[in-house]
Write a protein that binds this ligand. Structure first.
Ligand SMILES: [Zn+2]
Length: 283
């Protein structure tokens, strides 16, 4: 499932091609994604020009002229592809292509086998849209810091793993990067988040470290993603899924990669989702 770095990579990839292009034609599949298609989507977007593309948490926001914005989430398996338009031959849709947008010079196709992705269209300020309005601060931004995070943990009584997956506490993180950041901070994912703050709601050292490690792991992943961009506009340029090496994620039963640890990576299930961690060095 794409998390912040993958979505950022998709956004940067799209940005190269679609800005200042006008939407000429739209195909929507008969199947709905996670939610039904926005009403009159096609007639509202055809003829409008793409003026900017942004990312917020795991959402891509494509802004059109006349104040419309497309807000899109990749769900579990969504991906975009950009192809140079072939003037002699129409684009041939692939299985699971649910949205195809013909621009002046490019074809933008959204493919999603599992259809957990979703797309909305709004003419209000995107930040006020129901998908975005309750999102917590972005990693790598000033608003994501140990003092504010400590404040939002006050009176919370749940594991730090589940706390970090809560998009209103910090946005954009998913299972993979939460596991990795907790490993780098040597924090046990089952630890109650209240143990990371003082009784007055100030951050303890481990929480300060955690904020740094979240930023570090997200930045590294964005950098890795950037290096995958060059293939983007090729016919098989499926974006947003790049293999990077993880320290704990999906490594159940393998040795901890910390030299002096000697532990073995375990998998536990928290709120229905797998958590990978080393019980030896993550306390
Ligand atoms: Zn270890």
């Amino acid at each position: 499932m794409p998390e912040l770095p993958e979505v950022e990579t998709v956004k940067r990839g799209l940005e190269e091609f679609i800005i200042n292009e006008t939407i000429r034609k739209v195909y929507l599949s008969e199947l709905k994604l996670r939610f039904p298609w926005p009403k009159n989507f096609i007639s509202k977007v055809v003829g409008k020009k793409i003026v900017s593309i942004k990312r917020r948490a795991k959402y891509i926001i494509i802004s059109l002229n006349q104040d419309y914005s497309i807000i899109a989430h990749l769900g579990m398996s969504g991906s975009y592809k950009v192809l140079k338009k072939n003037v002699t031959q129409d684009y041939i849709r692939l299985k699971h292509d649910h949205l195809v947008i013909e621009l002046d010079n490019f074809i933008l196709a959204y493919n999603d086998p599992r259809r957990f992705g979703y797309i909305d269209l709004t003419n209000e300020e995107p930040e006020k849209h129901k998908f975005l309005s309750l999102l917590g601060p972005e990693p790598l931004s000033n608003s994501f810091n140990e003092n504010d995070l400590a404040g939002s943990l006050l009176n919370k009584n749940k594991s730090i793993k589940n706390t970090l997956l809560d998009q209103s506490i910090v946005s954009g993180l998913g299972n993979i990067y939460v596991c990795e950041a907790l490993f780098r901070s040597k924090i046990n994912p089952k630890k109650n988040c209240s143990k990371l703050i003082t009784s007055k709601g100030k951050p303890r050292q481990k929480l300060i470290l955690l904020v740094n490690k979240i930023n570090e792991v997200i930045k590294e992943a964005i950098d890795v993603g950037g290096s995958t961009l060059r293939d983007f506009s090729s016919t098989d340029g499926k974006m947003g899924y790049f293999q990077t090496s993880f320290n704990v994620y999906d490594r159940e039963g393998e040795k901890c990669l910390l030299d002096d640890c000697g532990g073995v990576i375990k998998r536990v299930v928290q709120s229905g989702r797998s958590t990978f961690f080393c019980s030896n060095c993550q306390k």
